[in-house]
Design a protein around this ligand. Structure first.
Ligand SMILES: Cc1cc2nc3c(=O)[nH]c(=O)nc-3n(C[C@H](O)[C@H](O)[C@H](O)COP(=O)(O)OP(=O)(O)OC[C@H]3O[C@@H](n4cnc5c(N)ncnc54)[C@H](O)[C@@H]3O)c2cc1C
Ligand code: FES
Length: 352
């Protein structure tokens, strides 16, 4: 039996029980106490908080996201910090108006489908043992069997489909979870242990401006969830999707989005972009170059950007040059272990 400590979250004054082998963020999210977070793996720094009293083990926090001097000043990354005594932490608990918090829970899933949908890209379909409530854009932590670690994958299905989960996984050469498991021996019928929902990259219902959605690689997953959710709603919000890949065989779900364009001609515009191949019917160039050509100004829009960190950074620079403010841009960086080791942090202006 592991020891349990009490974590008090200020300024809310809420008390949460946390096992010594559990992160403070995990205990809070499971108890329905919302704390800001993005990567949940010690890379982005979003969950940084002050430890006002008590001791924590900093775990796997990246030395870039939590610097040595910050540790000595009593700061901690709550997605990595585990209590070693009763603890009082003070976080930036700015819960946005009108957002429901869905507490994190554990699920057992069964893999019902594995499809090679593009080069080095797999679509997994997983049936959960219970419905999961989430906001479109949120993600799951997936336990990698036998490795004692989790990896994070965004849900591509809309919340209206809470039992059958769709994940898009890109192979990372030498990657523990992808090369070593999903692309190696994962099979239909296998059990998948997951927890969720996590993350704050989700569609904001109250933002009714036309939305620009930019996806690189499997960064499409959370954006596909958002698009299906928004188009199925009564809202009249207009959406433009910029989906980027280097070559045609790396782009997927093209027919799906072309179908949506036909179904919702006044609401949905699809801009598939290829940066290293010219193919008729597809835009030539990086998503940022195509966006640059398409729009003189992005003022009056809201943007959602997701994919590899360099692509997300480039997209955000373009959007800001085109007159969008940080408050109008929501981002998800698909950080991995190399970003953690090398420092994945970028503009502190933007909330992750
Ligand atoms: C919020 C979020 C959502 C995500 N959603 C998705 C998604 O929907 N789809 C998707 O495909 N991916 C997604 N990712 C990325 C995903 O979580 C994994 O990081 C990715 O699949 C790689 O996992 P892996 O175990 O295969 O690779 P890892 O074993 O983690 O390796 C990744 C890279 O890091 C290098 N590396 C490993 N350890 C070290 C070290 N100590 N020092 C330096 N380099 C190292 C490896 O060589 C490799 O190049 C998401 C990430 C985040 C943060
Ligand atoms: S959420 Fe803790 S470092 Fe990213």
């Amino acid at each position: 039996m592991s020891t349990t400590y009490t974590v008090t979250v200020e300024p809310l004054g809420k008390e949460v029980s946390c096992r010594e082998d559990q992160t403070i963020l995990d205990a809070c999210l499971r108890a329905g106490v919302w704390l800001p977070h993005a990567c949940t793996h010690g890379t982005c720094g979003t969950c940084k908080a002050e430890v006002l009293d008590g001791d924590v083990d900093h775990g796997e926090a990246s030395a870039f996201a939590l610097m040595e001097f910050e540790r000595s000043e009593g700061k901690a990354l709550l997605c990595c910090a585990r209590p070693r005594s009763d603890v009082i932490v003070e976080g930036d608990v700015d819960v946005e108006e009108g957002i429901t918090t869905h507490p994190v829970r554990d699920f057992v899933g069964t893999v019902t489908g594995i499809e090679d949908c593009a080069r080095d890209t797999r679509r997994l379909t997983v049936d959960l043992d219970d419905d999961i409530a989430f906001h479109p854009g949120q993600y799951l932590q997936v336990f990698v069997p036998g490795k004692g670690v989790t990896r994070t994958y965004s849900m591509a299905n809309p919340p209206a489909e809470p039992r059958r989960i769709e994940l898009h996984v890109r192979r990372v050469p030498g990657g523990l979870a992808t090369d070593g498991w999903v692309f190696k021996d994962l099979a239909v019928g296998d059990e998948l242990r997951v927890s969720g929902p996590y993350g704050r990259f989700f569609f904001r219902q109250m933002r009714e401006e036309p939305a620009i959605l930019i996806a690189g690689g499997t960064g499409l997953a959370p954006i596909k969830s958002m698009i299906q959710h928004i188009l199925a709603s009564e809202d009249e919000q207009q959406l433009t999707l910029y989906q980027g890949a280097r070559c045609l065989d790396m782009l997927y779900d093209v027919d799906f989005f072309r179908g949506l364009e036909q179904e919702y001609p006044d609401r949905f515009r699809y801009r598939p972009c290829l940066s290293e191949e010219q193919v008729s019917g597809f835009e030539a160039g990086l998503v940022t170059e195509v966006l640059d050509r398409d729009m003189a100004s992005c003022r009056g829009h809201v943007a959602y950007v997701c994919g590899p960190p360099p692509m997300v950074d480039a997209a955000i620079k373009t959007l800001m040059r085109k007159r969008l403010f940080p408050r109008d841009i929501y981002r998800e960086d698909f950080f991995d272990e190399s970003d953690k080791a090398n420092g994945g942090l970028n503009s502190p202006l933007l909330k992750r």
